[in-house]
Design a protein around this ligand. Structure first.
Ligand code: PLP
Length: 393
């Protein structure tokens, strides 16, 4: 009898990645996993090829190539007016995914509680489990997904060690308002907990503004700012992210990172520095194209009979299908949609926590929703739109 460790039994395989396999198997248009199906910027590809040809193929410095850390610090100065010391406050990681996992392992003790706003990007639950922490789920309020500050305050206990703040938000597309971010900052300060952010969609905002909580009064010392290149530069396969935190926290994150991965790929770090230097034109263009994609997706879903709140940021629409099908649950509906209609999505309940007894939380635990990713070419979106619209005929 082969035994696996208990910590690996505390969560299931990623449903998002599983739905990509379903899409491949059934020939469905893959709107499940959030990866672009269009090329990343050519200058970065050229820089990566040049780095490989130039023999930058050995281990980079564990916490990140100096040029990339300097470029990241410069970005935070330019965009958020934040002074970041590239020597002591930045850790370059294998994606925001590793940054978050390493942060949990470095800064959270077994038995600590970590507040996760629900629905949530599915990694945070396993991150908490791997660190031995207890996730405490606080629901965002549908349909506009606003934060109920009193409910959040009521979830704080003496064991609360941290809160995860993902803005712009996956899966809802919510962009937290300045007032909401300020309220979280005020609670973190009053109750002395840390905030781990996930700002991977910081440059995909269509309404409102992105607010980096580290820039709020008193928050610099208690925030780990996590982001990465996957979404901003359409290079999810490069696996480049980073965590920015005060020096004592960074020292712990770097130790965990070192023994997990040694470091992120050296030639890609060299190329990433080139991307970080792009000017405002790049970001304006990126945002404009995504806004158009959002329009195509929203129109198609509306015509097909889904109900949803139009996202202000990120590249997902979490859509309720109960007017189309009140019989199937989200898993059954997502499978049917992939196999019979030809569009792969992610079942909504994957973004909700599992309670004792296997119950999921939320309006109905996401059981009547599926998530559509619109980070695709207009051609791909057009094919998906045709199939979705044919459903209602
Ligand atoms: C909220 C969120 N955080 C992190 C990631 C993964 O980031 P990375 O590719 O940098 O690991 C994703 C990918 O979909 C995401 O949606």
């Amino acid at each position: 009898m082969i035994h696996t460790a208990q910590r690996a039994q505390g969560f299931t395989e990623s449903v998002i990645r599983e739905m990509t396999r379903v899409a491949n198997r059934s020939g469905a248009v893959n709107l499940a996993q959030g990866f672009p199906d269009f090329p990343m910027p050519a200058p970065m590809k050229d820089a990566a090829a040049a780095a490989i040809q130039g023999d930058i193929n050995q281990y980079a410095i564990t916490w990140g190539a100096p040029a990339l850390r300097v470029a990241i610090a410069e970005k935070y100065r330019r965009w958020y007016d934040l002074a970041v010391d590239p020597e002591n406050e930045i850790t370059v990681t294998c994606g925001a995914t590793e940054a978050m996992a390493a942060t949990f392992m470095a800064l959270v003790n077994p038995g600590d509680e970590v507040i996760i706003l629900e629905p949530f990007y599915e990694n945070y639950g396993p991150d908490a489990t791997l660190a031995g922490a207890t996730p405490v789920f606080v629901p965002l309020v549908a349909p506009d997904w606003h934060l109920d500050i009193e409910r959040l305050a009521a979830a704080i206990t003496p064991r609360t060690r941290a809160l995860v703040l993902n803005t712009p938000h996956n899966p809802t597309g919510k962009v937290f308002t300045r007032a909401e971010v300020a309220a979280i900052a005020e609670l973190a300060d009053r109750h002395d907990f840390l905030v781990f952010t996930d700002e991977i969609y910081e440059h995909l905002v269509y309404a409102g503004h992105h607010h980096a909580i580290a820039a709020f009064p008193g928050m610099r010392d208690r925030t780990v700012t996590i982001s990465g290149l996957s979404k901003t530069f359409s290079c999810t396969g490069w696996r480049l992210g980073y965590a920015i935190a005060p020096a004592p926290l960074t020292a712990a994150i770097r130790k965990v990172h070192d023994f997990l991965t040694v470091g992120a790929p050296a030639p890609l770090q060299a190329a990433a520095a080139a991307g970080m230097a792009f000017d405002a034109d790049y970001y304006n263009h990126l945002q404009l194209a995504y806004k158009q994609r959002r329009g195509v997706m929203a129109t198609a879903l509306d015509r097909a009979g889904f109900t949803f709140t139009v996202p202000d940021g990120a590249y997902y629409i979490l859509a309720d299908f109960s007017l189309i099908d009140s019989r199937r649950d989200d898993h059954e509906f997502a499978l049917w949609l992939a196999e019979a209609v030809g569009v792969a999505t992610v079942p909504g309940s994957s973004f909700y926590g599992v309670r004792e007894g296997g119950q999921r939380n939320g309006r109905d635990g996401g059981r009547s929703t599926v998530r559509f990713a619109f980070c695709k070419t207009f051609e791909t979106l057009g094919r998906a739109a045709e199939r979705l619209e044919a459903m209602s005929r």
